[in-house]
Design a protein around this ligand. Sequence first.
Ligand SMILES: *[C@@H]1O[C@H](CO)[C@@H](O)[C@H](O)[C@H]1NC(C)=O
Ligand SMILES: *[C@@H]1O[C@H](CO)[C@@H](O)[C@H](O)[C@H]1NC(C)=O
Ligand SMILES: *[C@@H]1O[C@H](CO)[C@@H](O)[C@H](O)[C@H]1NC(C)=O
Ligand SMILES: *[C@@H]1O[C@H](CO)[C@@H](O)[C@H](O)[C@H]1NC(C)=O
Ligand SMILES: *[C@@H]1O[C@H](CO)[C@@H](O)[C@H](O)[C@H]1NC(C)=O
Ligand SMILES: *[C@@H]1O[C@H](CO)[C@@H](O)[C@H](O)[C@H]1NC(C)=O
Length: 374
Amino acid sequence: MVPKFHFQVIIIFLLSSWLCITSSLDTQIGADFDKWVSWNVKNYYYEKKSTLEAKRNLVAAGPDLKLRQAESNRIRIRVSQDGAGDFKTITEALNSVPLRNTRRVIVSIAPGVYREKIMIPRTLAFITLLGDGGDPPTITGNDTASFNGRDGTPLGTFQSATVAVDASYFVAINIKFENSAPHVIGRRGEQGVALRISGTKAAFYNCTFYGDQDTLYDHKGLHYFNNCSIQGSVDFIFGSGRSLYQNCYLNSTTKKVASITAQKRTNSSLESGFSFKNCTITGSGQVYLGRAWGDYSRVVFSYTYMDKIVLPKGWSDWGDQNRDSRVYYGEYKCSGPGANSPGRVPWARVLTDEEAEPFIGTQFIEGDTWLISP
Ligand SMILES: *[C@@H]1O[C@H](CO)[C@@H](O)[C@H](O)[C@H]1NC(C)=O
Ligand SMILES: *[C@@H]1O[C@H](CO)[C@@H](O)[C@H](O)[C@H]1NC(C)=O
Ligand SMILES: *[C@@H]1O[C@H](CO)[C@@H](O)[C@H](O)[C@H]1NC(C)=O
Ligand SMILES: *[C@@H]1O[C@H](CO)[C@@H](O)[C@H](O)[C@H]1NC(C)=O
Ligand SMILES: *[C@@H]1O[C@H](CO)[C@@H](O)[C@H](O)[C@H]1NC(C)=O
Ligand SMILES: *[C@@H]1O[C@H](CO)[C@@H](O)[C@H](O)[C@H]1NC(C)=O
């Protein structure tokens, strides 16, 4: 008992001394930091670890310094099409932010449909797009891979995005991202991305991604999606990101056979992969959970409801059998008529508790160092 007591005292001392340092920067930060600790402890450790151990780890690691500084200097700017805000377009609002931005800039967007093509460059870190929960704004476009850009050559999938984010520490809350280009079966070059996220440490809450083929380009970096809705037909979540999708709704609009994900991982030392936890899969057509883009593609579904549209085979090697022994496709405690099929490909895995553990919390995306409460 005695050593344990001492230990707690030390922890409390360490924690409170840190709080003192942060609150001398800004009194608001103390409260924010408390909120941050409790939120992270809940999300990061509630499955296994004790609160005490969580606090000790947080004191040791702590949130990213750049992030803490950005949060202590936040500013808010308002976008409204009727002129009631600081800007009428999101593009104008973003243009007002100095390059090499170091503070959190909350761009609060009034309801409406914004037909804008938005590119957030690497130098514009710490941008938050915040919509109204009751009436979220829609950012829409209809560029496709085959559509010719300004230089007269086809855009390609990468440049087709309505919103492209190359910056880190991006956050979006209550925003609808859309690419309205229709997919015509049998035609090539119809990929139309609604959002491409290439920056790391990005979080999305209550967002909707509407598109057809290639809706969400989860390109690279650490990403968190919570309570988001993602809709599309072919490979509608794809890329090399390391991402956790929690409480998300995945809706297929394909009329025939397609794959929900195309996760790209080309060698076994890369840390990328998609983890879906407590999601729902529904919609039309027949879908694979994933098809292998690269030999070592990695996708895990846990605690997910799978409607009957999920094909019994579950997974596709994209026609390359060499991949069967290399991909990492796992399922853990899923439910619904599309789950737990005896017809799954033999190289799919039913994960044990131990195997599932790294994927089923924010530890998968190193959330303890950068994921702050929204
Ligand atoms: C998501 O939307 C719900 C309902 O509008 C709201 O209560 C919640 O605070 C939103 N989440 C965030 C992170 O704003
Ligand atoms: C995209 O939308 C614009 C504006 O509504 C329209 O003029 C254009 O024809 C559309 N492009 C395609 C390829 O559908
Ligand atoms: C999830 O988002 C939807 C809107 O997309 C909202 O209506 C709902 O309240 C949100 N739920 C939570 C738990 O935030
Ligand atoms: C699972 O997701 C549903 C729907 O988004 C949500 O209402 C529920 O609270 C989530 N459950 C857990 C344990 O997070
Ligand atoms: C899901 O997609 C189907 C088309 O496949 C559509 O009819 C349905 O409205 C979508 N569901 C939601 C909740 O958006
Ligand atoms: C894996 O891929 C990365 C990125 O392309 C590369 O830097 C690394 O050397 C590769 N490792 C192996 C073992 O091939």
